[in-house]
Design a protein around this ligand. Structure first.
Ligand SMILES: Nc1ncnc2c1ncn2[C@@H]1O[C@H](COP(=O)(O)OP(=O)(O)OP(=O)(O)O)[C@@H](O)[C@H]1O
Length: 290
């Protein structure tokens, strides 16, 4: 999938601005950003539900807005099942089969059995977690190559969540699917994504392979007898300050900065493992940086 310079204005307000990236089969991409940064609008545009104001989305070189039949290669799973609540499982399967010719009903039933979901006369009668689970496994049964998930684990208990995330990783590697996941659960994303796209004010702020991102920075904890020298504080990304202890991110391999830290004689200095959440706070943590 090629997302080519898409912008989306809603009521003359720019919501997405010149978003440009590619999605390779077999990849799991995390879309992260502050509330209101444009993640859902982006996923809905990639699914062809919203038409971009500029730019387009291509699959195998074909524009999905000019060749709507290609949209059956994409499934968008919204974070709410409100629109489906009055349908029975049977009716939904019928609907999906009409849209997705490769819909695999027996696979869906096997997943429903695996996750202990029974057929029901109204999806609205499933519990919150069961609704999320049903829409998620239905997406895998569609046979679509691009699965777009908006906050997929909301409402799932820890055990089901682990099973579902495991299923997702298996599906991607077995069937060479591509999955884009918008989520605020950075701890979960960290265990499955290979790329992360940071969205800030409707723009791609950065797009990294997870391993590359982790190699670019290091997280350290340090403390000073008094305050941290001001010259140093201006150069460090301070993630946290508790008493005299600072947790900061610094670019890996920045000798001058490391020397400056060492010259300021910290009481202690320790490197800690860096998480996606640390990077999120450093990148997008300003008070009005939505
Ligand atoms: N139909 C609409 N009419 C007006 N504004 C809209 C519409 N859809 C989205 N927006 C605005 O676009 C911006 C981005 O919304 P979007 O739902 O894409 O953000 P998000 O990153 O998914 O947020 P969250 O993390 O809170 O779910 C918000 O300011 C939102 O108010």
């Amino acid at each position: 999938m090629r997302v080519q310079h898409i912008s989306k204005h809603i009521h003359h307000k720019p919501i997405l601005v010149d978003i440009d990236f590619s999605v390779e089969p077999g990849s799991i991409i995390g879309i992260v950003g502050r509330n209101g940064s444009g993640k859902t609008t982006l996923l809905r545009s990639l699914a062809g539900i919203l038409t971009p104001t500029r730019g387009s989305v291509y699959i195998d070189g074909l524009d999905i807005f000019k060749h709507p039949e290609i949209k059956k290669q994409i499934i968008f799973v919204p974070d709410s099942t409100e629109a489906l609540k009055n349908y029975s499982t049977k009716e939904l399967i019928y609907l999906y089969k009409n849209i997705y010719p490769e819909f695999d009903t027996s696979y869906l039933f096997s997943l429903m059995k695996r996750f202990k979901l029974s057929q029901i006369s109204k999806i609205g009668n499933y519990s919150k977690g069961q609704k999320a689970l049903f829409t998620l496994i239905t997406a895998f049964a569609t046979g679509a190559s691009y699965i777009l998930l908006d906050e997929p684990t909301d409402g799932l208990d820890v055990i089901v969540k682990k099973q579902v995330l495991q299923l997702l990783v298996e599906e991607v590697s077995d069937r060479r699917l591509a999955v884009l996941i918008s989520s605020h659960r950075l701890d979960e994303l960290e265990f499955m994504v290979n790329e992360v796209i940071f969205i800030k004010k409707g723009k791609v702020d950065s797009h990294y392979e997870l391993d590359t991102m982790k190699n670019q920075y290091k997280k350290i904890q340090l403390a000073f007898a008094g305050k941290m020298p001001e010259t140093l504080e201006n150069e460090l990304e301070v993630l946290d300050k508790t008493g005299k202890v600072y947790t900061v991110l610094i670019p890996r391999g920045s000798r001058p900065l490391e020397e400056k830290i060492s010259d300021s004689r910290p009481l202690f200095y320790e490197e800690l493992p860096m998480s996606l959440e640390d990077y999120f706070v450093a990148k997008l943590g300003g008070p009005d940086d939505v």
